[in-house]
Each structure stands twice: as C-alpha cells, then as structure tokens.
Design a binder for this molecule. Structure first.
Ligand SMILES: Cc1ncc(COP(=O)(O)O)c(C=O)c1O
Length: 457
C-alpha cells in the first residue's frame, strides 16, 4: 500500500523537485543494497540526499545544495569535516604506507595518548569499529570472571552484533532479532534504564553475571539520559558484587570531555570501549581497561596463570592511516578546548530552539547534554514548557517514540538546508558557528510551518 501521507504531501513534492540527482542515485542503489541503503539510520522516504563533499560544519549534495551538518560522521567528527592538520597527516601517511602488516611507531604513540586521556586505560587493544570493541569487551569480561551473562539497559545502543541487537529500538522483551540465537538472547539480561533498584535486583539475584554495559550518558548518547548519581550507584553495586563494569564510550569518549565521561565525572569503569573520534574520522576503535582483565589477551600473563589467552586478530587493527588521523585528532582535543566549544554551541542551539518552539506554540522541546541536541516531538501530547523540559521526568520509551510526521520533518529540514538525521539528533562539532545555529533555528521554524501546511500539526 503506498503511503498516502507521502504521496499527497507538499513537503515530499518539494523535496523531489529539489533533488533529482539524488533520486537517480537512489534508484540505482535500490538494485544493489537492501532498502537501497548502507546503514539503517540513513533510511528516509522516499530517499536520502547523496552527498558529494563536505567542509567544516557544512556539506553539499549532488544537486548542489548546501547543508549545515549535524550528523558529524555518526559522531566521529568533533573537529568538523576535513580539519587541516588531520588532512595533512593522513595525506602524508598515505604516501608512506597504509599497512605494514607489522608493528609501527604510530600504534605506540596512538596507544600512549589513549592511555594518557582515558583514566581506565591501563592497557589498550585497537580494533576496527565500535561494534568490535564491544564484542571484545564482553569476551574479556566473561574470560576474566568465568561467567556467562551480561546486563544491558533498554534503549542503549552498543553496535549491531549478536548480544547487542535486541532491546534497542524493538524487542524490548529480550527476544532475539532475526538471526540471533535464543541462547545468546538468554545470556543477556535487559534492565530498565535509570531504575537502580531494578538493576540491583537483577544483579543480586543471579551469580552468573560477568558484566554490566552502559552508554554512560544514557541510551543513544543521552537521548534517554542517565544521571551521574545512577552511574555512581551502578559503579558501587558492580564493585560490591564483583561484576565488571563496561562504559561504552564509543560516542562520549573525547567528546563530553577530553577524558570521556569517566574523567569528567570521576567514575572509573573496569573496561572502556572507544571508536569514532578515537580514529580521527577514519575507521577504528579500541578496547581498554584494567591490566588484570586485559591480560586475558596477553601471552605471557596467561601462560603464567596456566590459562588459554583470548585469540585476537584483525587485519586493520591499529592501521597506520587511522593511527595518524587518531593521534592528530587526540592531540588537538588534549591541547585545546574542542569539547568545551562543541558543548557550548549545543547548549546555545537547545536554548534557541526552545525559544522558537515557544514563539511558534509547538509542544516540542530540544534537550540533551554536552555536544548533543535531541528533538522531543511529544507524540503523546504531554503538557510541557519547552525551555523547562526535563527529559528525566518522561518515560524513556515515550522519549524515544517517533511521531508519525518524523520522516517529513527530516525532509523539510533538508529542504531548508539542515541535516540532523532521523532520530532526530544533532551532534555538534567545535567548528559550528553562531551563523550555523541561527540558520538551523530558522530552518526548524520553516519546518514547523511546512508541517502545519501539510496538516501534520
Ligand atoms: C555507544 C555506541 N556503541 C557502539 C557503537 C558501534 O560502533 P560502530 O558503528 O563503529 O560499530 C556505536 C555506534 O554508533 C555507539 O554509538
């Protein structure tokens, strides 16, 4: 059945009119990729814009339209697109070698700067993505404690592999998503986000739990926020019960502060997973943590204990190109106020959007913490004042719920020159200017008007 809300929409018609070259590429993509896309969060109907180039806080599509970009390379680009120092060092590395199939100085320097910045990183192992980092973190925890189960929080995202694939956007009852084994799903206990008593009950009623994993500022990088007090209590409970605490800092690492959330709030996990910014906009990730746990990857340490080590290969682990970009990025983050600047701009745009929502009399709110902003479009029409909105007072599943017009909202924002994706969620870089923010708020105002005209509000 065709979706008539899309076929009869002025917004969709205007979008199609503006983006013929993207439409042509999308048609070709339909014959290649499932759903015509290469990442689930890029799904948008009738099709997404195809981007040709990017610079700083902006990007341009194949039809020549300019966008203020808040996707930020899915969170990998806190310095914006193509920062000169990163371009310079990766270009140099391209000419002297991208893969030596051997140890090299850059991997040592990359590991040293991770150790310097991330408090829990007594030892580091590089991998190729955030999903891989989480996969290894879970395996390390199981190997270290000789236990089976993992506790996770509803709505928290940790990558797409088997143990993490359900209970994020659906399957909140813990049943496996297609292709995941029942036995795997049974080894994962899902706890309600932010409910410390329920979490304690789960932890204390099962003696086969190896680890608790959490996105430390909340699910979806704070779209479902978690408080500092919750994290502190979780740290205390896991310590008391001798369970490994894993902070998934794939997004928060080097973003909420140069030392991640663990350094910022001084709550130190046993294992940390990193990706995105750690590799300076190129593919890469890392798992790091307590030496005695990371020793399960170490030949000599395991031989001394008479234990098998965890095998670990990976063609692109610590590859020189990602290492060069990663070191350059982490040095800038260490030595300047990148995280503070991104955080200040995000706070500013949240305030500006809320003021506009009040002026336009829409019951929505912009919220978030650190360098992020989220839109709450209030699908259940709760009485709120945008500028006073406290997401912690809203049921996380309502906070996460999508309004029926969300797809049109993303299209209208694109028509007005802003890309915040479909969540909708903005990740701020340190190069977003005040002019970018003003443009964003005006684009959102026009989007509200267009949704009204389309009969959605
Ligand atoms: C918190 C978190 N963990 C893990 C991942 C998975 O990382 P990757 O996409 O590099 O596999 C992501 C990706 O967005 C993430 O946000």
């Amino acid at each position: 059945m065709p979706d008539t809300s899309l076929t009869n929409s002025k917004i969709v018609a205007a979008y199609r009119e503006k983006t013929p070259k993207s439409a042509a590429l999308a048609e070709r993509a339909q014959n290649i990729f499932p759903s015509g896309i290469t990442h689930d969060t890029r799904k948008i109907s009738p099709y997404g814009v195809y981007i040709e180039r990017a610079q700083g806080s902006r990007k341009w599509d194949v039809d020549g339209h300019e966008y203020v970009d808040y996707r930020g390379g899915h969170g990998a680009l806190i310095l914006g697109h193509n920062p000169p120092e990163i371009v310079k060092r990766t270009q140099k590395q391209l000419t002297i070698g991208t893969h030596f199939g051997a140890a090299h100085e850059l991997e040592v320097r990359w590991g040293e700067i991770v150790q310097e910045l991330i408090p829990s990183a007594e030892r580091v192992r590089f991998v190729s993505s955030g999903s891989e980092a989480v996969l290894m973190a879970v395996r390390l925890a199981r190997a270290a404690l000789g236990r089976t189960k993992i506790v996770r929080f509803l709505g928290h995202f940790h990558g797409w592999h088997d143990h993490m694939a359900f209970g994020v956007t659906d399957h909140f009852d813990g049943t496996p998503t297609p292709g995941v084994l029942d036995g795997v799903a049974e080894s994962v206990l899902l706890a309600p986000a932010n409910d410390i008593e329920k979490t304690r009950e789960i932890i204390e009623s099962d003696d086969d739990i190896a680890a608790v994993i959490i996105e430390p500022t909340g699910g979806g990088f704070g779209q479902l926020p978690t408080s500092r007090e919750f994290l502190e209590e979780l740290r205390a409970i896991t310590k008391k019960n001798n369970i490994i605490l894993i902070f998934d800092e794939v997004v928060t690492g080097f973003r909420v502060s140069r030392n991640g959330i663990q350094g910022h709030w001084n709550i130190i996990p046993d294992i940390t997973t990193l990706a995105k910014i750690v590799a300076g906009g190129l593919p890469g990730g890392a798992v790091c943590g307590r030496k005695d746990i990371m020793d399960h990857l170490d030949y000599a340490a395991m031989a001394e204990k008479g234990l098998d080590k965890i095998p670990h290969q990976g063609t692109f682990n610590a590859n020189p190109l990602s290492a060069a970009a990663g070191i350059a990025t982490l040095e800038i983050i260490r030595d300047t106020d990148v995280c503070e600047r991104a955080g200040a701009q995000a706070e500013k745009v949240r305030g500006m959007l809320n003021q506009m929502f009040e002026e336009e009399n829409v019951p929505w709110a912009a919220y978030g913490s650190f360098g992020a902003f989220y839109l709450f479009t209030n699908p259940e029409n709760i009485a709120i004042t945008p500028s006073d909105f406290d997401p912690l007072t809203v049921d996380p599943l309502v906070l996460k719920k999508s309004s029926p017009f969300m797809n049109k909202l993303s299209l209208a924002l694109l028509i007005n020159g802003v890309d915040i994706g479909g969540k909708p969620a903005g990740k701020m870089s340190c190069v977003h200017t005040d002019e970018d923010l003003e443009h964003t708020v005006e684009a959102m105002r026009k989007t509200v008007h267009m949704l009204r005209e389309d009969g959605e509000l």
